[in-house]
Structures are given as C-alpha cells and as structure tokens.
Design a protein around this ligand. Structure first.
Ligand code: SF4
Ligand code: SF4
Length: 379
C-alpha cells in the first residue's frame, strides 16, 4: 500500500462525514497553483504558455492559506509552474502543514537537491514531494524537452528519501507510451525508495502547445493501462486509489467529480476543473454554488469531457466509491489483496509490445543544471 494508514484514515473519515451531512459537492484535494512560472518548458504543459507579466505573478502565503481554509479539503496538491521557484514556498507549506493538511508539493525536482541542502523544509508526515517523472531517462528527458532532467531529479529524490521526506512520483502518460518501458521505470522508481507512484493519462487541454501527444481515445487509454497495470509486480506501490487504477484499466466506470479537486490560482477559483477554464470566481462557495456542474462530465455530453480520464476528474469519484458504500469498501479491500491482477491477454499484449520499436530519438538541446542556474539567477 502506497498511502500511510493515518492519511487513509483522515480521508476516509472526512468522506464519511461529508456523506452523513448529505454534501454531494465536497472537495477532497485543493489544487493550489501559487505560480505558473517554471524552469522547464514541457511540450504538453498548458501552464507556462501565459504571457510574461502573468508568469511573474505569485500567490502570497496568506492567499494560499485562505484558499485552504475556505475549501477545507484534507489534502493540498501544489502543482504549478514549479513550486520551488516561489520565494515563499517554505512558508506556504509550513502554514498548510500547521493546518494538518496533507501537502503534495509537485516538483520537477530540478532544484530539489539544492533547496534541501540549503535547509528548506522539514520532514513531516504531512509533507510529500511528488516528483514529476514521465518515464525512464530517455522518455522523461524527451517528454520534458530537455536532456539531463531525469538524472537531476533522481539526485533530488535520493537526497529527499535519505533525509526522511515522503517522496512519490507522478507520471503523465502520453500517446505512444510503451508499457514495457513504463514497467521498467516503475522498478527503477521503487528501487530509489519512493513511497509510491501516481499515474494518469494526459489530457489535451486547449492551452497545451502539443495537442497530438495526448491519449485521446478512452478505449486506447484503457487498453494501454490494462497492459501496463495487469500482472503487476508486488514491489510496486501506488499512491492513489486502487479503484481509480481499475477505472483506467477499464474494469469499472465512474462519472467525473470535478468539484473534488478544485483549483485556486492567481486568477481565483477556476471553473469547473483543473483542466478546463470556463471562468473564475472569488470564493470557494461561489465556485460550488455558481458552477453548472451538470454541464460537465461524460454524461453531460460535453465534448471536452468525452475522452477525459485524468486523475483530477476521477480520483475523487474513485475515493467516493470506496468510502461511500459497503460495496466500494469491499471492492477496494479486494483490490488491495489482489495486487497482481493476473491477466493472460495483457501478458500477450505486453509480449507484443516488446517486439515493437519504441523510444524517442531526438537530440535535446540544453543541459538541465545550466538552465536551472540561469533561472535561479534570473529570479
Ligand atoms: S515541469 Fe510541469 S509546470 Fe513545468 S513545464 Fe513541465 S509540465 Fe509545465
Ligand atoms: S471530465 Fe475531465 S475535463 Fe470534464 S470536467 Fe471532468 S476533469 Fe474536467
């Protein structure tokens, strides 16, 4: 199991309380984006496309804490941009930890080693570094469009694990991903001592410059995840809902719960989810009360939602299923016991994958340390 019992208990009791109160639109994870600036420029990123004056702006610690207090979710994920470029990120994280929020600081880890050596952050059960890794070295460097990033991130992970921090990886899988290579990558990450891994298919949202690389067809996504996640090794740990993984594998169906991971950034509360931008409101209450939730999710017929299977839409649905019914609880316990998911068809598909040529072969330009230094210097 990739999630500590204390965190699972917090999440379970929170969901049960929401159910008892009859609160359908409850938040589970606040997606807090304190800045959009980054020291990478990944082809699939929709955040770094903003003009320079927007990329310069940051949320203050007070704004971040107010958002966390307003929404009340037990977990806070801090994506970006790159949170370690925020000059007050330590203060922001400490304030959230003091509120007993389970914080996932989502970083590309280019600066992780340097910042930990400089004394930033203290290990806590409430703080996890969720390191953006898009596969093993060649695939990761290709996906983030820069050579050397994998090695730098691995150094950061090693040091964070050694210092006693909770560390997970988060991996977005794109069209053309090779299940064989991703499985080798899982071995590699577990060998580094990470607590667990998170995976999600990419979603082609309108701001991302490379629209072709995303897994757009549900069936394709399900078949890929079935090949990837069946016949699992016992050593692999996932820091996400087993029901969400079964959903990705096409073993169960959920409807999207976009309110489960509300997004707050320099523009305010984003409607309706982390991916789509149908306007902003000033308060969390307005987000919940004024969003026409029936216009989103697969059942709504909304075109933008038809192929979407990303974690920010469905992980809360999966957790809601687990902790909201006896059936869900039973299915989850069964999933936790049956960790291998033996499947002959998936084994065959994997064997076929092995015979296919795969792998990016482009030469990527700038070295990671050099670019990181440039950006730190430019701060
Ligand atoms: S590391 Fe994350 S925020 Fe930075 S460019 Fe890549 S996807 Fe965007
Ligand atoms: S289905 Fe995807 S795009 Fe649509 S609201 Fe849910 S998370 Fe957003």
């Amino acid at each position: 199991m990739g999630v500590p019992i204390s965190q699972m208990w917090t999440v379970a009791s929170y969901i049960v309380k929401q159910k008892l109160r009859g609160n359908k639109h409850y938040p589970l994870v606040l997606m807090l984006e304190p800045l959009f600036r980054c020291n990478l420029a990944c082809a699939g990123c929709g955040k770094i496309q903003y003009p320079a004056h927007i990329l310069k702006r940051v949320l203050t610690p007070e704004q971040c804490w107010k958002a966390a207090d307003e929404c009340g979710a037990p977990m806070v994920s801090i994506p970006g941009g790159e949170p370690l470029l925020h000059p007050q990120i330590v203060e922001i994280v400490e304030g959230l930890v003091a509120r007993k929020k389970y914080v996932y600081c989502c970083t590309n880890a280019l600066l992780l080693k340097e910042k930990l050596e400089a004394g930033w952050f203290k290990p806590s059960k409430y703080l996890t570094f969720s390191v953006h890794m898009d596969g093993s070295e060649e695939h990761h460097d290709f996906a983030v469009c820069r050579e050397g990033t994998f090695k730098t991130a691995v150094e950061g992970i090693r040091l964070a694990v050694k210092m006693g921090f909770r560390v997970t990886t988060n991996t977005t899988l794109f069209e053309g991903a090779n299940a064989v290579a991703v499985r080798e990558f899982f071995d590699e990450m577990m060998a580094l001592g990470v607590e667990g891994m998170m995976v999600s298919p990419g979603y082609a949202y309108p701001k991302a410059p490379d629209q072709k690389g995303f897994m757009q067809e549900r069936q394709k996504t399900q078949s890929f995840f079935k090949t990837l996640m069946s016949n699992r090794k016992k050593s692999w740990k996932f820091n996400q809902s087993p029901m969400f993984i079964e959903f990705l594998m096409g073993k169960r169906e959920f409807e999207c719960t976009p309110w489960g991971m509300p997004t707050y950034n320099i523009f305010g509360w984003q409607k309706p989810c982390y991916l789509l931008q149908d306007g902003y409101v000033d308060t969390f209450k307005e987000l919940i009360d004024a969003t026409e939730w029936e216009r989103y999710g697969r059942a709504s017929g909304n075109k933008a939602c038809q192929q979407c299977m990303v974690h920010c839409g469905y992980e809360t649905s999966a957790n809601d299923y687990t902790f909201g019914s006896i059936k869900g609880m039973f299915a989850t316990v069964k999933a936790l016991l049956n960790t291998t998911y033996a499947d002959k068809d998936a084994e065959k598909a994997l064997a076929e994958e092995r015979t296919k040529p795969h792998g990016p072969v482009v030469q990527l330009g700038i070295s990671a340390p050099k670019k990181a230094e440039e950006l730190v210097g430019a701060k």
